[in-house]
Design a protein around this ligand. Structure first.
Ligand SMILES: [Zn+2]
Length: 207
């Protein structure tokens, strides 16, 4: 889909429209198929940076503290999510390990980092280096960065580890619960909103 600055293409039926003028909380819909074309994101963008930073902190806590206690060959030890993924791989479940690693670690971390990278300079109406490429990358990654995918990864990890592991009720578990709530808000942010940003003319040089 090629997006010319002043037009917008419907994701439902590929019809092209002039970009609508939107007020806060406005949502534009395709008159032909009813799919969402665009929504005003000014307020959301201001709220999304603190949520992104909080998510990154929770992400660190969730992954630095042990989340499960695993019993292997009669020995039990506590391990982090990354450690649990390693155990899955060692037990011959490489595909499951890869799925869990991608959905619970790689995709959310990548999205949070890109968001923070784009949003921090935006506070001063500055364009982050690689702006257009990263917004397109976020749009492409979006189906993999949904909260449902994250939860599916967590669920698969719990099911696959349930025979040899128990959940440790510590900081990592609480951080994961808070992270789920935060990610639900952060990942619902549509990267298309970035195209509406008006930059300071001085900020353009950084692009
Ligand atoms: Zn349509």
């Amino acid at each position: 889909m090629v997006e010319v600055p002043d037009t917008i293409a419907c994701e439902g039926c590929d019809a092209v429209y002039d970009k609508p003028e939107l007020q806060p909380r406005d949502v534009a819909r395709c008159p032909r198929c009813g799919a969402e074309l665009d929504r005003h994101s000014g307020d959301l963008r201001r709220r999304i940076l603190p949520l992104t930073v909080a998510s990154l902190i929770m992400f660190a806590i969730a992954n630095l503290f042990p989340i499960v206690e695993i019993e292997l060959q009669g020995k039990s030890s506590q391990t982090t999510l990354a450690g649990a993924v390693q155990v899955l791989a060692q037990e011959g479940m490489s595909l499951v390990a890869l799925l869990v690693l991608a959905t619970t670690l790689l995709f959310p971390l990548l999205q949070l980092c890109i968001l923070a990278w784009l949003l921090v300079p935006l506070r001063n109406a500055k364009r982050a280096p690689g702006f257009a490429m990263l917004v397109r990358a976020m749009q492409a990654l979006r189906p993999w960065g949904m909260i449902e995918v994250f939860l599916l990864g967590v669920l698969v990890a719990i099911i696959k580890l349930s025979s040899m592991a128990t959940v440790v009720p510590g900081p990592a578990l609480w951080a994961f619960m808070v992270l789920t709530v935060l990610l639900t808000a952060v990942l619902s942010f549509d990267p298309r909103g970035f195209w509406q940003v008006e930059f300071d003319p001085d900020g353009e040089q950084a692009a």
